[in-house]
Design a protein around this ligand. Structure first.
Ligand code: SF4
Length: 226
């Protein structure tokens, strides 16, 4: 596949193949100013996939998502669930840093969408937790983060979307940090909603659903849910 071709989500066989392509991608002008592209990282079988907006300075230097101060806050918030970053998958809407941390342009978001779409297809997370306005708007163009944060939304193929403020916003505002803390402790509810959604779908189709019974049963909801 030539660098400028538009790869289709169904053509990717693995996360490594996506990451390899992204690291040398030139599909948009962000490739000209990046140091390192940031494909994403984390569990290969995540219940929750976090999608931020784009890499910042530290991420661009290291080629890893959420490694600066916002990343430290994300890890602090994950511990409230409790989860560790290796329990989830973390990526961004655009995989290369916009200069001066400006918002990614619609053209850049569109150019990078096939990679994110392919990651979602391969990972099949129960819940997509969007971090920030751009991430939410990629999935729900008309949604407002101030209205929808901490609520459960249904995206295509029954995937549950749980909008969250971006951790960087939490670093700038105590009010938004408190909102992030309140929303993160509700993440298990989003996973339960996803389990209920898939149970409903399989019962409708008449499937035997013992696997879901195992997942949401037991005395320790944290272990069974994640
Ligand atoms: S932002 Fe996405 S589309 Fe643009 S160069 Fe980077 S990987 Fe390619």
């Amino acid at each position: 596949m030539a660098p400028g071709d538009a790869p289709k989500a169904s053509e990717w066989g693995s996360l490594d193949a996506i990451a390899s392509y992204v690291r040398s991608c030139t599909r948009c002008t962000l490739s000209e100013s990046r140091t390192l592209a940031v494909p994403g990282e984390g569990s290969q079988f995540p219940s929750i996939m976090f999608i931020g907006e784009g890499p910042g300075f530290n991420e661009d230097q290291q080629g890893r998502p959420f490694v600066g101060r916002a990343g430290a806050l994300l890890e602090e918030l994950l511990a409230l669930v409790p989860l560790r970053r290796e329990d989830v998958y973390i990526t961004n809407v655009v995989k290369c840093r916009p200069p001066e941390n400006r918002d990614p342009s619609p053209d850049e978001v569109k150019a990078c969408w096939p990679f994110l779409e392919a990651q979602i297809r391969l990972l099949q997370p129960r819940v997509i937790a969007t971090l920030g306005r751009h991430s939410l708007m990629r999935l729900f163009p008309d949604a407002r983060i101030s209205d929808r944060h901490g609520t459960i939304m249904k995206w295509r193929d029954g995937i549950i979307v749980f909008p969250l403020y971006h951790p960087a916003a939490g670093l700038r505002s105590t009010r938004l940090k408190e909102a992030l803390q309140e929303d993160f402790v509700k993440l298990p509810q989003a996973v339960i909603a996803a389990l209920d959604s898939s149970r409903g779908a399989s019962q409708t189709s008449g499937e035997n659903d013992d696997s879901l019974d195992e997942l949401d049963g037991g005395d320790d909801p944290q272990i069974s849910l994640f």
